[in-house]
Design a protein. Structure first.
Length: 250
């Protein structure tokens, strides 16, 4: 269960967890900007995605976290930091609850809080229908990036998600990141946490992060990235890489 993509050979190990529409290559656009001699990144596939499309799951945050810890074991990393995007931002917090003594720092990029995401009826209809409807996937990506990006990029992202994830995994992970709540387990954790949101993300925005991450983690910081929505690794890759590594170096 250790399908992953390695970038860098540095002494600081970092596990990267992708979002709902991604796979282990979700951070590819920023890889050239990373400090390859300072950090070793292992970008992991969640079950049902990428090289694990034939895996039967379970498709839960707990299993993603268990697999991330197993990957660290396989790489010989006793301690490590974590970077997680969106759904992956929730999963890295589950890693923290399972192995707090092994986690150095967390970088949460436009992340889902440990409490999940509340949906109204229309919102849930849109998101729950996305497993079977490419147009709904398109609408979600367009909305979460501020309805301001080129349709060709959005369509490619939709097509990539369909090609690199299974329908059962995609559907099940929605319940896992939207509904599961383990926020009581993270409150008061002293680990340094850097939360990055896009200025054009209307859903997982700074207000949400102040009410969740910054309220729960005493050593959390928040950055609002200009000219980005929900996918700063694609929209502002160099700025995102710079922010991540500046935090990890502290």
């Amino acid at each position: 269960m250790n399908a992953h993509h390695r970038v860098g050979t540095g002494p600081h190990g970092v596990i990267g967890l992708h979002g709902w529409f991604g796979d282990r290559h979700a951070f590819a656009a920023m890889e050239d900007a990373l400090a390859h001699t300072e950090f070793s990144y292992a970008f992991m596939d969640c079950r049902g995605y990428g090289d694990l499309v034939k895996d039967d799951g379970p498709y839960t945050m707990e299993q993603v976290a268990v697999d991330a810890i197993a990957l660290a074991d396989a790489l010989g990393w006793r301690t490590f930091s974590l970077v997680g995007h969106s759904m992956g931002g929730k999963a890295i917090q589950r890693v923290l609850t399972l192995a707090p003594e092994r986690v150095h720092k967390l970088v949460a990029v436009t992340p889902v809080p440990a409490s999940g995401v509340p949906f109204d009826e229309a919102g849930w209809g849109l998101f729950s229908g996305a497993a079977d409807d490419a147009d709904k996937r398109y609408a979600i990506i367009d909305y979460t990036t501020g309805s301001r990006l080129t349709p060709s990029w959005i369509r490619r992202k939709v097509d990539y998600s369909i090609a690199h994830s299974t329908r059962p995994a995609f559907a099940a992970y929605l319940d896992a990141w939207a509904k599961g709540d383990f926020s009581a387990e993270v409150q008061g954790r002293p680990h340094p946490v850097h939360v990055i949101v896009g200025a054009h993300d209307p859903a997982l925005n700074a207000e949400v992060m102040r009410a969740t991450f910054l309220a729960w983690y005493p050593n959390a910081t928040l950055e609002v990235m200009a000219n980005a929505g929900h996918y700063p690794m694609d929209e502002t890759p160099v700025a995102l890489a710079t922010s991540i590594e500046a935090f990890l170096r502290k």
